[in-house]
Write a protein that binds this ligand. Structure first.
Ligand code: DP6
Length: 326
């Protein structure tokens, strides 16, 4: 095999990953849990070739160098080591996610890369090992190997830190709506934001305890298919993650004015009887968690504020798949 194409969907964490304990192995401080989304994905082609004199990365038709290329090369090097291939690679990726806007584009990108690169190299990795490989590119990518509701075990080392599906085909009407408030590149990358928080936020030890408890609670809520409980846990967990950022030194936030407006709108909607909850990642965009039956009421309330074009509804999505191999 010399080339392969894979498709991976992004995921949004309901219990967040926000801190590493080993940045080389990309081992997280805590477990986390996410929902893979149908609407946002990346298609990535990897080709190993004796003709190339360096690794090449092209995202949405644009050549990428610097940090972006370095992260990709980290994953390629592991694949070369595992497969004994000594060739450079061309990586071409088409993103169906607004880049670096807190819609977790790195999750789909590195999950697709892990599958495409390992397949192009002729490796037949089990999904658990693909999940570990994706992790070396970006933490959240660990979970995008699987569809639906997915848990990432922090583990004790490289071998034990991988994702596992909790419910690959979500059999209850859980839905998510992204409110696109700002699709510009974010100022503080998640990598730097979480590192700064681990180093300077005095709330960090409390966060680790919160996550442990939230993981137990949300798994029970999923078992009961209780969307309100899932939403409540996710919203509280997201606010606590963002509180870490405010309490860092110097403090910072990913929220902008529109983020706060969206948070208030969702809280007001819930107070007036429509159950919905929010979560935010390393960017200003807000994701709404609700029961599919309430979609039109939520759309009707949010459209005048943010515009119909900025509300993107997504169902739970599938895991990473191979589209082509030559
Ligand atoms: C807020 O996976 O983007 O979305 O591992 O440094 O690449 P790196 O960070 P990344 O961080 C995601 C953080 C988050 C929460 C989450 O997805 O769990």
């Amino acid at each position: 095999m010399t080339s392969a194409v894979a498709r991976a969907h992004t995921n949004i964490a309901l219990v967040k990953y926000w801190g590493k304990r080993d940045s080389e192995l990309m081992l997280p401080q805590t477990d986390s849990l996410s929902l893979t989304l149908n609407e946002f994905y990346a298609d990535t082609k990897v080709e190993f070739s004796a003709q190339l004199t360096a690794d090449e990365l092209i995202i949405d038709g644009q050549p990428v160098s610097g940090k972006g290329l370095k992260k990709v090369q980290k994953v390629l090097s592991i694949v070369r080591q595992m497969s004994q291939i000594n060739q450079f690679a061309r990586v071409e990726s088409i993103n169906h996610v607004p880049m670096a806007a807190g819609l977790a584009s790195s999750a789909s990108a590195f999950a697709a890369l892990a599958m495409a690169a390992s397949s192009a190299a002729g490796l037949k990795l089990a999904r658990r090992d693909l999940s570990r490989l994706a992790r070396r590119g970006s933490g959240s990518a660990t979970r995008s190997i699987y569809g639906g509701l997915v848990e990432w075990h922090r583990g004790v080392d490289d071998l034990t830190s991988y994702a596992e599906p909790i419910m690959e085909k979500v059999d209850f009407p859980l839905e998510m709506m992204a409110i696109l408030l700002n699709t510009e590149q974010k100022k503080v990358s998640s990598t730097l934001g979480m590192q700064h928080v681990v180093e300077t936020s005095p709330y960090y030890p409390a966060w680790c305890e919160v996550v442990q408890a939230d993981m137990q609670k949300i798994k029970l809520a999923i078992e009961k298919r209780d969307i309100n409980e899932i939403g409540h846990i996710a919203q509280t967990n997201a606010l606590r993650m963002h509180a870490l950022n405010l309490a860092a030194d110097p403090g910072f936030t990913y929220f902008n004015a529109a983020t706060l407006q969206a948070m208030h709108a969702i809280d007001n909607l819930r107070a007036s009887g429509t159950n919905c909850y929010y979560t935010m990642d390393a960017g200003p965009n807000v994701k709404v968690i609700y029961d599919r039956a309430d979609r039109s009421k939520i759309q009707a309330a949010l459209t005048p504020l943010f515009g119909a074009d900025n509300l993107v509804v997504s169902q739970p999505g599938p895991g990473t798949v191979l589209l082509d191999q030559k």
